[in-house]
Design a protein around this ligand. Structure first.
Ligand code: DO4
Ligand code: MG
Length: 292
């Protein structure tokens, strides 16, 4: 895995983490410059990491002792929608439609739903607050597997994303989707990037989401990426078609977990999204006025 951590008072440090949790600093300013170096040298990211680990010693701290930061500062985060039946059914419910909805159609269509979820300045990393909107009464986290791609669409790694969403705004009218999806601190990414070459079967990630309120767990559910209706390469192919794509772009692959219909996030909640092999993305929830 590749992480970015805060190194004392200095700049953030990119590092590789072994399965045992040992941390090796990487000599690149960030993940994008690391992936570009690999491409320029015609080597895989994993080969570069292995070379560096052979020639250096781990730092004394383990991953759990470090203050983790956003692992990649992506210019853009895109998201796929209605890629799991759970998402389709939840959206039909919030839009109060029963048959032949746009959600039913897009779930079965050849072309997937893709939307621009976030930009560099809107995206946050682990332990930084995700914000809830002031004009919505029904808001949830969407725990999703994220693909980290290069400018040609090659999948370099896998990460975790929280596609914060407003169900009442989207339910009122699907044309409000950008407002139901995009606002300050509405997208969290991290805590690590699992290099694609180290993943045997990317359709067997198990995603678990837990939400805590005043220290008590108020929601927990798990689902597997085996339930994904589409293939990752299929989603990427639509994203890059006739488009400009940047190294380090993230494509979130849709949610397979939706909290119960009577649940809405509140200021002070804590959202945890865990994918074994990648890590646990933890963010407190804040109402915007408290931070501004
Ligand atoms: O159709 C709206 C968005 C769907 C989405 O974000 C998801 O399925 O995860
Ligand atoms: Mg989503």
């Amino acid at each position: 895995r590749v992480i970015c951590y805060q190194s004392g008072e200095g700049p953030n440090q990119l590092a590789a983490v072994t399965d045992e949790g040992m941390v090796y600093d990487l000599p690149f300013i960030d993940f994008i410059s690391f992936m570009r170096t690999a491409e320029q040298n015609k080597k895989s990211c994993l080969a570069i990491v292995n070379e560096i680990m052979q020639d250096s010693l781990p730092i004394p701290e383990k991953m759990e002792d470090l203050t983790l930061k956003l692992p990649v500062r992506s210019y853009e985060v895109w998201a796929a929608g209605v890629t799991y039946s759970r998402s389709r059914d939840a959206r039909n419910m919030e839009a109060k439609v029963t048959t032949n909805s746009y959600y039913d159609k897009v779930y079965d269509a050849k072309r997937p739903e893709l939307f621009l979820k976030s930009t560099e300045r809107r995206t946050i990393g682990p332990n930084t607050p995700v914000y809830i909107r002031s004009d919505s009464n029904w808001q949830i986290p969407e725990p999703e597997l994220g693909l980290v791609i290069d400018s040609h669409g090659a999948i370099i790694g896998y990460t975790i994303g929280n596609d914060m969403s407003s169900r009442d705004i989207e339910g009122e009218n699907p044309l409000y989707l950008p407002q139901a999806k995009v606002w300050k601190h509405s997208c969290s990414i991290g805590p690590a990037i699992r290099l694609a070459e180290t993943v045997e079967d990317p359709y067997s990630f198990v995603i678990t989401c837990r939400i805590f309120r005043e220290g008590k767990k108020v929601f927990q559910d798990s689902a597997s990426t085996a339930l994904l209706k589409r293939k990752y390469e299929e989603l990427v192919s639509y994203l890059i078609k006739d488009n400009v794509t940047f190294d380090g772009t993230i494509l979130l692959t849709g949610t397979c977990i939706v909290p119960d219909d009577d649940f809405t996030l509140q200021d002070g909640d804590m959202v945890e999204i865990e994918i074994p092999g990648i890590g646990t993305l933890t963010n407190p929830v804040k109402a915007p006025l408290q931070e501004n």
